[in-house]
Design a binder for this molecule. Structure first.
Ligand code: SAH
Length: 411
């Protein structure tokens, strides 16, 4: 039987017997854990010599002697000669020092695990029969993948000493357009603060019932929670030692007020990180077959909040036939935007598209032009959430074969 112990090697004396590739691999691991490593080996091979030199380690250039064990907490025998390794292990046994025997298929009194840190846990796998490192690594990797995808119950059952906040981009709606990291963070969260947009409903259904879900989004007939209040909620929950995910539609740093939430956390001394998401600025036009840039047609794109005042930069983008203008939150201000563009001399024939509820079953795309946009928006009762695209890439014909090719295909 083996008891798996999480052994803290920091500052502890570890003796490595052997100077080859296996020893080097292990040495790297011990050094990463802060161990004080010493080496006994007649010669050091490539990597091992480099490590000893780089880290200024103590190396005795000779064969192992019993006296080398003095002071060691842990010994690693990998001389390449099973008899020597066994001898080292036997001497350790007498001195009650734990020893890893790296000879093929043999376990000493201690064994190394196939190990990885994922999120805030360490996964370690070992074999209860003879050593089988490749199997252990395969099992470890499979577990790491599951953890990474948020498919294991990683939520802490005990409050941590300190909480944290993750500002997580949820993408435009479907759960499978979230990042793998976002899924993992959600699986670890104690508190999830959601918005109306993004993949919240689908995600919330799969959660532990005791995860606290706080919906701060706008809903018909209800005022949205003011930003200061959202900042206060995430800071307060994290201060209680909880892991908070602030799940946002699209990307947290694209009109998501993620910057303000980050400032609030930093000001309160709360650890905070951002996980990017697929922004609707790119993904919603894409869902309608509109590339925001296209070789020979659009060399740049300009993303603007349609609720704000239209600055010179936006007017210049609208006027430039080689720039795509992508308007978020632009439904209410559409008339003003169109009037400003026409006043600036943008041709009335400039293609436009409205893409409503992109990447959802309710998605609807309407193609129009600057000159007809206002009337068409009224005719279809253009509704939020919608992305408005202005520029040649919005032309329905952009990605279709030219007329003569269609003729050629049909002929
Ligand atoms: N941080 C988000 C944007 C938030 S602003 C992101 O990076 O995507 C909210 C605006 O995003 C909406 O008014 C709308 O213009 C756009 N939007 C978000 N999701 C959308 C969707 N699925 N379909 C159409 N527009 C969407």
């Amino acid at each position: 039987m083996t008891v798996m112990l999480g052994v803290d090697l920091d500052g502890r004396d570890v003796l490595l017997v052997g100077g080859g590739a296996v020893a080097a691999k292990r040495l790297r691991r011990f050094l990463a854990e802060g161990a004080r490593a010493r080496i006994v080996a007649p010669v050091l091979h490539g990597e091992m010599a480099r490590l000893v030199e780089d880290h200024g380690l103590v190396w005795r250039s000779r064969r192992f002697r019993g006296a080398d064990l003095a002071g060691a907490w842990l010994v690693h025998a990998a001389t390449g000669d099973p008899r020597v390794d066994r001898e080292v292990a036997a001497r350790c046994e007498r001195k009650r020092i734990l020893c890893v025997n790296a000879s093929d298929g043999v376990h000493g009194s201690a064994r190394l695990t196939a190990q990885a840190e994922v999120g805030d846990v360490t996964v370690a796998v070992t074999s209860t029969v003879g050593a089988d490192p490749r199997r252990s690594v395969a099992v470890r990797d499979a577990i790491v993948d599951l953890v990474g995808e948020g498919r294991l119950p990683l939520r802490r059952r005990r409050a941590a000493r300190s909480g944290r906040v993750d500002l997580v981009g949820g993408g435009p709606g479907p759960a499978d357009l979230m990042t793998v990291r976002a899924r993992r963070l959600l699986s670890e969260a104690d508190v999830i603060v959601t918005d109306r947009l993004g993949p919240s409903a689908e995600i919330v259904r799969g959660l532990d019932p005791d995860v606290e879900v706080i919906d701060v989004g706008k809903h018909p007939g209800r005022h949205p929670v003011p930003q200061e209040e959202i900042n206060r909620i995430i800071v307060a929950r994290a201060t209680e030692g909880r892991r908070v995910v602030r799940l946002k539609g699209g990307d947290p740093f694209v009109f998501g007020r993620g910057g303000e939430e980050m400032q609030a956390c930093l000001a309160a001394g709360i650890p905070v990180d951002v996980t990017p998401g697929i922004s609707s600025a790119i993904a919603v036009p894409q869902s309608a077959g509109i590339p925001v840039t296209h070789r020979g047609t659009a060399a740049a794109f300009h993303v603007v909040n349609g609720q704000g005042t239209l600055g010179d930069g936006t007017l210049a983008a609208l006027a430039d036939a080689t720039v795509t203008t992508v308007v978020l939150m632009g439904v209410a201000g559409l008339d003003r935007l169109v009037a400003a563009a026409l006043a600036r001399g943008v041709p009335a024939g400039r293609p436009m598209a409205f893409v409503e509820s992109g990447h959802t079953p309710q998605q609807r795309t309407t193609r129009t032009t600057l000159g007809h946009a206002v009337a068409d928006a009224r005719a279809i009762s253009l509704r939020n959430p919608a992305v408005i695209v202005i520029g040649e890439v919005a032309s329905a014909r952009l990605l279709l074969p030219a007329d003569d090719t269609i003729g050629a295909v049909l002929a």
